[in-house]
Design a protein around this ligand. Structure first.
Ligand SMILES: [Zn+2]
Ligand SMILES: [Zn+2]
Length: 70
């Protein structure tokens, strides 16, 4: 019996933003415990849906309250 395609995909939510080179990010998503901003963690300006910089600082509110998005 074949598995449904959805069952093969990870439960981990992935970033749907676009990288500089134009491909989908697919980075791990995080959530800000302060303002609720949601996105991936990247070097500044790498992804359109980036929410945190490499020092875990929220780009929206500046807090260091990064949580797993799931
Ligand atoms: Zn925030
Ligand atoms: Zn991303």
């Amino acid at each position: 019996m074949a598995l449904a395609y959805d069952q093969l995909k990870s439960d981990q939510p992935l970033c749907a933003g676009t990288r500089k080179a134009g491909q989908q990010c697919n980075g791990t998503l995080y959530r800000c415990g302060e303002c609720g901003a949601r996105g991936c963690k990247q070097n500044q300006g790498t992804c359109t849906e980036q929410a945190f910089d490499v020092l875990d600082t929220c780009r929206k509110c500046g807090a260091h309250a990064m949580r797993a998005a799931g």
